[in-house]
Design a protein around this ligand. Structure first.
Ligand SMILES: *Cc1c(COP(=O)(O)O)cnc(C)c1O
Length: 354
């Protein structure tokens, strides 16, 4: 029996996507060949890449608005340095909301001066710093829209006139946003879009034109944009499966429909965290993530029985990240409401044993 999958990443994908991806590994659309044994320059795969790029722009409302979608490799971690290599001339600003921002900052320092505009480090990153004045002489401002580890999420974007760059690895396609507020955003596929192996980058044409020229080919956004994400062999399986997920999302009604579903799931879980005397939420309420709900045991509560109970209830991937402890329910787009309900039921059963 399939488990209730709360894994933070790689994470749950829609059952229909799994089915279609598995079938395509056997044979792609009746062509007598597998998806993973044909040329990436074949008309079949070129159509897949085009469609994946097109859907990414359409779903974010950026189609025809001067943006390009790229499917690259190296994970979101590669973007930490690519963004800086292409955009940093003198200095850039970073809002530090925890581990992922920290790593982005570390790479950016190789290319110029990093101004840490704000940080919530003193509170173990349990909130999103807000309301800072952003200097106007930065090459760009970088944020992590959703911090997967700490369970915090920007609900309002910082106001700035400098190019806004975002790591959206764990909340892309999960909520309505003015995506045009960003000049470049990126996401490793493995949280909300597909299997590990590809990273979606959406970049504004006007920013591409201003990028540093002296960047190694593989690290240059301009190279990948010029070649339609086919400068070298793209990760064909990851791109295909991402395309299937984006198709699935479009059929479900797109981002506005999935956002409603995500709010319902998150509310169910957060309401229980707040009601249940055995648990307490980790992140500040106003900054809670709709994708990763982090919570700990209340003072003095022994969680060993809870661990046995959720395992027995066919729940997987609930253990919190080591820097937060406790639990983390990752409730990405593909997680069904029944899984959220199953978790809430077990939390209630556990409370009754105390
Ligand atoms: C998972 C994650 C990453 C790391 O992604 P990789 O593809 O493993 O490099 C970066 N940023 C955020 C917000 C993440 O959730």
């Amino acid at each position: 029996m399939k488990k209730h999958n709360f894994s933070a990443g790689p994470s749950i994908l829609p059952a229909l996507v799994m089915e279609k991806a598995a079938a395509a590994v056997q044979e792609l659309d009746g062509i007598g060949l597998s998806l993973i044994e044909i040329s990436h320059r074949s008309k079949e795969f070129v159509a897949i890449m085009d469609k994946a790029q097109d859907l990414a722009l359409e779903l974010t409302g950026l189609k025809g608005k001067g943006y390009q979608a790229l499917f690259l490799q190296g994970g979101a971690s590669m973007q930490f340095l690519m963004a800086a290599a292409n955009l940093m001339q003198n200095k850039a600003g970073y809002i530090n909301t925890g581990a992922w921002s920290d790593k982005a900052i570390k790479e950016a320092k190789r290319y110029g001066e990093v101004i840490e505009i704000a940080s919530s480090k003193e509170a173990n990153f349990n909130y999103i710093p807000k309301g800072q004045d952003i200097p106007t002489d930065l090459d760009y401002l970088h944020i992590t829209t959703n911090n997967t580890i700490f369970g915090t999420q920007f609900h309002d974007l910082p106001q700035t006139n400098v190019p806004l760059i975002a790591d959206m690895s764990s909340d892309i396609f999960s909520r309505e946003f003015d995506y045009s507020a960003f000049d470049l955003f990126y996401a490793g596929a493995q949280k909300n879009m597909g299997p590990a192996g590809t990273t979606l980058v959406i970049v504004k044409d006007s920013l591409l034109e201003k990028m540093n020229k002296d960047v190694p080919s593989m690290l240059s956004y301009a190279t990948h944009a010029d070649k339609g994400s086919m400068f070298n062999t793209p990760p064909v399986f990851a791109v295909y499966t991402s395309m299937l997920t984006l198709e699935w999302l479009k059929e479900k009604g797109g981002i506005s429909a999935i956002q409603e579903h995500n709010i319902t799931k998150a509310k169910l879980i957060y309401d229980e965290i707040d009601r249940n005397t055995a648990f307490e939420g980790f992140a500040a309420k106003e900054d809670r993530s709709y994708m990763n709900a982090t919570f700990n045991l209340a003072e003095g509560v022994d969680g060993s029985a809870f661990d046995e109970m959720w395992n027995a209830a066919n729940i997987s991937g609930l253990k919190g990240h080591r820097s937060v402890g406790g639990y983390r329910a990752s409730i990405y787009n593909a997680l069904p409401l029944e899984s959220a309900q199953q978790l809430v039921d077990v939390m209630q059963q556990f409370e009754k044993t105390l």
